[in-house]
Design a protein around this ligand. Structure first.
Ligand code: HGY
Ligand code: MN
Ligand code: MN
Length: 408
């Protein structure tokens, strides 16, 4: 195997850079991110690229094309993680991109375009109520008002940028021009069970599902757990429980529709106090935007009636809303040709997970390669991709680059 052992070793090195000993947690604009960026830039330079960090914190390696400033094929993914993450989600795509460039340089392959490898700084949206921050900055579509978004400690993105040595007034300088980018390719673990069920190492993504994220609150009345009768309580947490079950009921049984309440905070949070206030999230996804909108409307109606019935005040705001992004057919066919040349059947599947390609799609044609992951497990330390599958993914990505080069 030419690629996989070194890719795995680098994933392990990145996994050791975490805010939480014994877990993998690397969030936007933290010291851990700075250390990971420095490590990745070193690998980029070792592969023969120039390397820099842009105004949003994205790490960008560049192998120049035939002339300085040549338009580039970009290979990207993200270097940030969810809390207690796996080691493949994000970094696999960045480290594999670097390995492909190293192979091009080692074989003195000259392509008619530049190649850039980008490690986006925040795709997960774990720290702030904003997601795809790095790739939206890269695509020039980031809403500057969101720089005022606070994290759980009240630190805004702008303040965190300054603390990390960036200037929020120059954040917009991360934006690239459409003329600079020919295409965007992303290799990522599938984060689902389809490839494993099909017994395949790699898959070709047809579209990236759209997603809506809400931050909701329910306000009731805190009270003494021992003296307030059950009738008449305005228990915000019991109300939230009903809302969560309403999400599950609406999404169950409808193919491709998924709804998740992943975070919830009840206050005051004492064992003998009826919760007066709950803040909770909703993450709603579907391959079809109309399907997602219809589900959101039904869930909102269910939540309103639960709140009315229980005398609770319901409020929510949308923290993320991204339409489904189809992969570019021509670019996808180039990947399909590379898969076939590498001896793989071309298995096409949608992505239920979001990816940076959703943002970069505003700038350039996007296509994705999936690599099988064990049990489809992700956002979990048990996340795993085998060396042969990592090797297969790297070879498909390299063959795709070479094919694009042959296309001119
Ligand atoms: O949430 C997602 O789908 C991605 O992992 N950020
Ligand atoms: Mn993820
Ligand atoms: Mn990811």
């Amino acid at each position: 195997m030419d690629f996989a052992p070194r890719i795995q070793a680098r994933l392990d090195a990145l996994a050791a850079i975490s805010a939480e000993p014994g877990a993998i947690t690397r969030l936007y604009l933290t010291p851990e991110q700075a250390r990971a960026s420095a490590l990745v830039m070193g690998w980029m330079r070792e592969a023969g690229m120039s390397a820099r960090v842009d105004a949003a914190g994205n790490v960008i390696g560049r192998l120049e094309g035939p002339v300085p400033g040549s338009p580039a094929v970009v290979i990207g993914s993200h270097l940030d993680t969810v809390r207690d993450a796996g080691r493949y989600d994000g970094p696999l795509g960045v480290v594999t991109g670097i390995a492909c460039v190293a192979a091009l340089v080692a074989s003195s392959t000259r392509l008619p375009f530049a190649v850039e490898v980008v490690g986006f700084a925040d795709e997960e949206g774990t720290r702030f109520d904003a997601t795809l921050i790095g790739s939206r900055a890269f695509a020039g579509t980031f809403d500057p008002d969101k720089l005022a978004c606070p994290d759980g400690q009240g630190i805004t993105i702008a303040q965190a940028l300054r603390a990390a040595g960036f200037d929020p007034e120059r954040f917009h300088e991360a934006a690239r021009r459409r003329s600079e980018i020919l295409a965007y390719l992303e290799l990522h673990i599938e984060q689902g069970p389809a490839l494993e069920r099909a017994g395949l190492a790699v898959g070709l993504v047809t579209a990236i599902s759209g997603a809506t994220r809400l931050a909701a609150t329910l306000e009731g009345e805190a009270g003494h757990a021992g003296t307030v009768a059950m009738d008449g309580r305005r228990d915000a947490l019991a109300g939230a429980a009903a809302c969560i079950l309403a999400v599950e009921a609406r999404c169950r049984g409808e193919a491709g529709l998924v709804g998740t309440v992943g975070s919830l905070t009840a206050s005051p949070g004492a064992v003998n106090v009826i919760p007066g206030r709950v803040a909770f999230s909703l993450d709603l996804r579907a391959p079809d935007d109309g399907q997602r909108a219809a589900a959101l409307a039904d869930i909102a109606a269910a939540w309103r009636s639960i709140a009315a019935e229980r005398g609770l005040a319901l409020a929510w705001r949308t923290t993320h809303d991204a339409p489904s992004v189809p992969c570019d057919p021509a670019l996808a066919e180039r990947i399909a040709a590379a898969m076939a040349a590498e001896g793989h059947p071309v298995f096409r599947l949608p992505s239920g997970a979001g990816h940076d390609g959703m943002a970069v799609g505003a700038l350039a044609p996007v296509a994705m390669v999936f690599v099988r992951c064990r049990g489809g497990i992700s956002h979990n330390p048990a996340e795993f991709a085998s060396l042969p599958d990592i090797e297969a993914g790297a070879r498909v990505l390299l063959a795709t680059l070479r094919g694009l080069g042959a296309d001119g």
